[in-house]
Design a binder for this molecule. Structure first.
Ligand code: GLC
Ligand code: GLC
Length: 811
């Protein structure tokens, strides 16, 4: 069952009922000012950091769900309604919400009045614009009252929801004309304030939440709105809000438009005040001056659309498959941008006050983003590498505002270092910019011990070389990619962190998954060394890789699939010898995609086993059989009920590894079958089961052992975005950036047909036409670049050339 449809022409998902199974959200903003916004206008805004500079207040896990946001109330006689339906929930005569690329729109009607709302963050400003257009479609004159509403957060979102003894006394505002200034803590250490303004004279305002709602009311039935009259309250402490009241007369057929601006403003520390306790309004005035008229808003909106059209023109496909086109050309890339911006901080499942930027997560996010804005990827790589330790290990997370490693979590996730190679290699392959490898980068932010980035990569590589266990496989530490496989932690008491409890460095527990990563990213490291002319280092690296390859086949092969790990007692995990958790996805996906066992025929066997034991209708489960009891020696993975999260859930993030592995051995049918199972454009049809937004990936879908298999959770901020984009764009459609140029080597299902790809790469545009006359899954029979036949499947780069016309014949 669907709750809307894709409008590919406008790059929008159109939601046709407010009663979606879960709030379906969108993100506004691409640089510093961000908003989360749901289909019922719930959500919140923040500047740069969702924890420390939260602008509006949100209540996670609220009842009813998602009932705080940027609301507009329309009072028409005795009827009060919201264009987004919530929070009053008056049944609407019509409702439509369009989530687009960097904006959301509503078009709703009640009793002959139509409201159109457009919400977006301009590309180069620290504000969100909400334009509200009201039209009278009835035959009588309407006397309407429009109320706006936001609730301010007292900046530090964590403190805001805990420290009431202080917070109920600190709130401060100023009201000047149609602008409400939120200036809590401005008198002391802050030099920033927020504003909410409208480009029209107002007939009233409120800034005290209690005055606006009335005692024992909530934003579903605010007294002020139902009474039709603001009280003019000035907030001192308690909970400051911003409410405007505008009385509107609309003749039949008449429309009126109002532009609301929610902004973040900063002053230099020595210019904070206009006069005693009166904030300097210069930045606010400058901002508001830019969005006075509809023409201003139209221009800013056109600029936003042009910005995105440009980004999304870097990789486009035209195939016979609409769903593939739509995911590749629009939604998957959009989600990659959002995950790059947010890491795992702010979604409807990540509260914005928890995790900072993950070392592993951010490197993977880069893989799907680097082609969009390589300069930002470059900066991110340097930031990440700056938190690495001198021995090559890494802080598991760092804080985006300070860019410093987070010592609460510390290090010891032994896959982390290798992801830095993955991210850097993707950047250099995309851009050819080897200067990044020579950048001087600190360790743990200490410049006195800085080295080149290439030396950082060497230490990443050697961290694995120097930290092997009894089978010669990499030590796992606190966990590897699977944060919940905690083989050295042995946590027995509730409240302890599964990951941070116990020793971080077990001398014994080993990861076959990290071994697969080492083979894959070790080779990418060797190629970077070669690019710098260091063939000796490349040779040394390849020797180490060979040793690891052989070790995996000798110690990590279980007969029909790859073992997952060895625990602290050196017992196998993910083996036929185990009672539960006999087979895992990660080692099988990653070792196979790294090429381990391909020529020996073992990768094929491993992937067959994955299909046989781990596949289900909704994707590939992380492991089988699910763990039914808690195992002290395995940690958090066994804490989840069967079928959820890392205990046999479908972790969408690692499904593309298996799909990619299938392309490595040339099985396009199976690679695509896996792609389809978790692909939003395909799961849209079962939205009532899947529940999360049908235009983006979620982290986890409940597996076969769960109460409701197929139910999705934790949408938006997941490594799934980047990995599925790599899978479909670089492996299935097959356009992969190499150091020597673009390689085109598709691996498609039978019947996929011919397709065209436009790819901008290193200053040139490639027009690639792939034909598949004999309907094969893989194989390039002929590559013709501007009429000339080329050997192999890499398009050689010609200096200065800006257009390439490429024909690829599969066969
Ligand atoms: C979460 C984490 C990611 C981890 C995965 C599996 O998505 O953000 O770092 O790899 O879970 O545990
Ligand atoms: C929990 C989650 C896991 C996530 C981790 C991040 O363990 O289950 O998915 O990666 O927290 O710290």
């Amino acid at each position: 069952m669907k709750f809307g449809y894709f409008d590919d022409q406008n790059k929008e998902y159109v939601i046709t009922t407010p009663k979606t199974p879960l709030p379906w959200i969108n993100y506004l903003g691409s640089n510093d000012f961000f908003s989360l916004i749901s289909n019922t206008a719930g959500g919140y805004s923040f500047y740069k950091d969702a924890k420390l500079l939260r602008i509006t207040r949100y209540r996670y896990n609220n009842v009813p769900a998602d009932t705080n946001g940027k609301y507009f109330y329309i009072k028409d006689g005795d009827t009060v309604w919201n264009p987004g339906w919530q929070p009053v929930k008056t049944e609407l005569d019509s409702y439509e919400c369009r989530h687009g690329i960097g904006y959301s729109k509503w078009d709703s009607s009640k009793n002959g009045v139509n409201a159109k709302v457009l919400a977006f963050v301009p590309t180069d400003d620290t504000c969100e614009i909400n334009r509200v257009v009201l039209t009278n479609n009835s035959s009588e004159t309407k006397e309407l009252k429009l109320f706006s509403y936001v609730e301010w957060c007292l900046w530090n979102a964590d403190d805001d929801m805990k420290n009431f003894q202080r917070n109920f006394s600190t709130g401060e505002v100023e009201i000047i004309g149609s602008t409400i200034y939120h200036k809590t803590e401005y008198r002391e250490r802050r030099n920033h304030y927020a504003i909410y303004s409208v480009n029209a004279p107002i007939d009233g305002f409120d800034t005290s939440r209690d005055a606006f709602l009335g005692a024992y009311h909530d934003n579903h039935d605010p007294e002020v709105v139902f009474n039709g009259k603001c009280t003019g309250s000035e907030a001192h402490g308690w909970s400051p809000v911003a409410v405007h009241q505008i009385n509107i007369t609309l003749n039949p057929g008449e429309s009126k438009s109002f532009i609301f601006v929610l902004g973040y403003c900063e002053n230099p520390v020595d210019q904070k005040w206009e006069s005693k306790n009166v904030v300097n309004k210069a930045p606010a005035n400058a901002m508001l001056a830019k969005y006075k008229t509809d023409a201003d808003v139209d221009a800013a909106f056109a600029k936003l659309n042009a910005y995105w059209d440009d980004l999304l023109s870097i990789y486009t496909v035209e195939s016979n498959n609409d769903k593939v086109n739509r995911m590749v050309n629009i939604w998957n890339q959009y989600q990659c941008m959002v995950t790059f911006n947010m890491s795992r901080s702010a979604s409807y499942y990540e509260s914005g006050i928890g995790r900072g930027m993950g070392f592993r997560d951010s490197n993977q996010d880069l893989l799907g983003f680097v082609h969009l804005i390589p300069e930002r990827a470059r900066e991110r790589i340097i930031d990440i590498a700056s938190t690495q330790f001198q021995n090559g290990s890494a802080y598991h997370q760092y804080q985006p505002l300070t860019k410093r490693g987070n010592s609460d979590i510390g290090s010891g996730f032994n896959d982390d270092p290798l992801w830095l190679i993955a991210g850097t290699s993707a950047y250099v392959r995309e851009t050819g910019d080897i200067s990044i490898l020579k950048e001087t980068v600190p360790y743990d932010n200490d410049m006195s011990v800085a080295t080149t980035l290439m030396e950082h990569l060497k230490r990443s590589f050697d961290f694995t070389v120097n930290n092997k266990g009894p089978h010669g496989l990499p030590l796992i530490g606190r966990a590897d990619w699977n944060d919940c496989l905690n083989l050295n932690c042995f946590s027995e008491h509730p409240g302890e962190s599964f990951q941070c409890f116990g020793p971080s460095e077990g001398p014994v527990a080993e990861s076959v998954f990290i071994a697969g990563m080492f083979v894959k990213y070790g080779e990418e490291y060797a190629q970077l060394a070669e690019l710098l002319g260091d063939t000796a280092e490349a040779g040394r690296a390849r020797k180490e890789i060979k040793i690891m390859y052989d070790t995996v086949l000798k110690e990590g092969w279980d007969g029909e699939w790859f073992v997952r790990a060895f625990d602290a007692y050196s017992n196998k995990i993910g083996s036929k010898e185990c009672e539960e958790g006999k087979i895992f996805i990660e080692s099988n996906g990653f070792c196979s995609l790294a090429g381990i066992g391909v020529k020996e025929g073992l990768a094929e066997k491993a992937l067959d086993s994955v299909k046989k034991y781990l596949d289900c209708k909704y994707g590939i489960m992380i492991l089988q059989p699910a763990y039914t009891v808690y195992h002290l020696e395995l940690g958090e993975i066994t804490s989840y009920p069967p079928g959820y999260k890392e205990n046999a859930g479908i972790f969408c993030h690692n499904n593309p590894w298996v799909s990619i592995a299938e392309t490595v051995i040339g099985r396009g049918d199976r690679a695509f079958e896996i792609y389809k199972k978790t692909c939003p454009a395909y799961t849209e049809e079962i939205s009532e089961i899947h529940k999360t937004e049908p235009y983006v990936y979620c982290q986890m879908v409940a597996g076969n052992d769960a109460y409701i298999p197929g139910e999705g959770k934790n949408s938006w901020l997941t490594g799934t975005a980047a990995w599925t984009f790599c899978n479909i764009s670089q492996y299935i459609l097959g356009v992969y950036p190499t150091h020597k140029g673009l390689s085109v080597d598709p691996c498609v299902p039978h019947g996929f047909g011919d397709f065209k790809i436009t790819r901008k790469f290193r200053g040139a545009t490639y027009h690639i036409e792939v034909s598949n006359p004999s309907d094969v899954e893989k194989g390039v029979k002929e590559l013709i670049v501007d009429g000339a036949h080329v050997e192999g499947c890499i398009i050689p780069i010609t200096e200065g050339k800006t257009e390439y016309n490429v024909k690829v014949v599969m066969g």
